[in-house]
Write a protein that binds this ligand. Structure first.
Ligand SMILES: Cc1cc2nc3c(=O)[nH]c(=O)nc-3n(C[C@H](O)[C@H](O)[C@H](O)COP(=O)(O)O)c2cc1C
Length: 201
């Protein structure tokens, strides 16, 4: 089985819901094993917040080992000032030893995000999130326009990765196009991970 790690940060749950739809796509893929993880919030000094060893709800926090052992990686977080949220960045910045050993080289990877406003930085955030994955030597994957929802969407969903528009109060229902693109990305990365993991063994 190819282990597919989805790791995300979500403060209010919008990104978490998108993660769940991406997970659908992974789970629909034969040979792929889902590992769904979150990361804790950070304190003002950008260290992971203490005193929360286990999340009260949702998936467990990701460990370094989860990252080391994955065959494919999908990272997600809300957009913060047009870029990646600090808790996910803190998790990735703790992976220098994996970068040094090349543990993630050649593995497929992608990113997803959520914003309050439709033009509030989904694309800048997604592109920025891909940079650390490129440094790790991962094979970056987005969404192709053969996914009909990419041309039809009037909400989130980009060629750089799935996204959702939550509205100022965070209450917007996920659009069908946002959901379909999230599932498509999950399937796409999972299929790649299954194929590439098979080649390595
Ligand atoms: C500090 C901060 C910065 C934010 N910056 C942006 C932004 O640049 N663009 C935007 O559309 N939304 C921005 N938001 C709103 C969140 O991206 C949005 O509410 C998102 O859906 C929250 O996801 P979550 O429910 O997974 O926490 C910001 C929120 C916070 C707290």
């Amino acid at each position: 089985m190819a282990k597919l790690l989805i790791v995300y940060y979500s403060r209010h749950g919008a990104t978490a819901k998108l993660a769940r739809r991406i997970a659908d796509g992974v789970e629909q893929t034969a040979g792929a094993q889902l590992c769904l993880r979150s990361v804790p919030p950070v304190q003002a000094n950008y260290r992971p917040a203490k005193g929360e060893p286990v999340p009260e709800s949702g998936p467990p926090y990701a460990s370094k080992q989860d990252l080391a052992e994955c065959d494919g990686l999908i990272i997600g977080c809300p957009t913060r000032f047009g870029s990646m949220a600090a808790p996910l960045k803190a998790y990735l910045e703790d992976s220098a030893d994996l970068w040094a050993s090349g543990a993630l080289v050649g593995k497929p990877a992608a990113a997803f995000t959520a914003t309050a406003s439709l033009h509030g930085g989904q694309e800048s955030t997604l592109l920025g999130m891909l940079l650390p994955l490129l440094h790790h030597g991962m094979l970056i994957t987005g969404l192709p326009y053969t996914e009909a929802a990419l041309s039809e969407t009037e909400a989130g969903g980009t060629p750089y990765g799935p996204s959702r528009w939550t509205g100022a109060d965070g209450q917007r229902t996920m659009a069908d196009t946002e959901r379909d693109l999230a599932r498509a990305l999950g399937r796409r990365i999972a299929r790649l991970a299954v194929r590439l993991a098979g080649e390595q063994t």
